[in-house]
Design a protein around this ligand. Sequence first.
Ligand code: KIV
Length: 292
Amino acid sequence: MARVTPDQIRQMKVRGERIPMLTAYDYPTASILDSAGVPLLLVGDTLGMVIQGNDSTLPVTVDDIIYHTRAVLRGAKHALVIADMPFGSFQVSHEETLRNAARLMKESGAQAVKLEGGVRVAASVRAMVDAGIPVMGHVGLTPQSVNVFGGFKVQGKTEASARALLADVAALEQAGVFAIVLELVPAELSRLITERTSVPTIGIGAGPYCDGEVQVIHDVMGLFPDFTPRHTKRYADLGAAMRAGVEQYISEVRDRSFPTEAQSAPIDARIVERLRRESADQPADGSEGGEG
Ligand code: KIV
């Protein structure tokens, strides 16, 4: 099956087809998600939290994203894989942004990049799109600006901030993004944005009216022990399953019920017998024996 393209994602909105998206950071997870049929996979800078254990996404580097995207691409043969642009990789200048986006595409093999921001990044988005790089936007709560927002808070609740959000989306649409993540935006505002823009909107904590939904795989699979955001839903508790499995493993290694001969390779018993006899003939201190 051919790989999903940005244009196919745009067409999904036109047809009113919902767009599921998940994050992935490694080969086995990407293989499972891809074979389940997720059309969009994001190697998000959330890896700074759910993989690296930081308390924000800020420490993530371009090299981190390249490393994880390569692994994801080995597992995902069908999904469109998007590499997130981490904090610091698109704030310095258009040139620097373009250089980092090109590095992400060249060195990781991703089919698109995502970056946070609206009006303030629109010119950089235009430059990337003009250079042939498909770009996904991300507005609302943009976690890289957590220190400005003063926490992971819903955005667009006042009229002024709702207007600013609409302006951000319009600027990204003009700049040529193929989809936009709306994070922590009130449901009715997401509905208005989704109705007004021709670009597919992908919500997270943005209610039911977006064209698609994105979630962090560790949140929906119960793999992140530190906290569960309100906007998520657990579809499985892999963390609990893993813990139970590990406890059983520890117990079986301790009581010698694992491993058994079934997990090992046979050898001709005569060889072992010969070796046993030879070592029995040799003194324990390794000397040649005799009286001196
Ligand atoms: O980095 C990420 O995983 C994201 C999603 C939460 C949209 O930006």
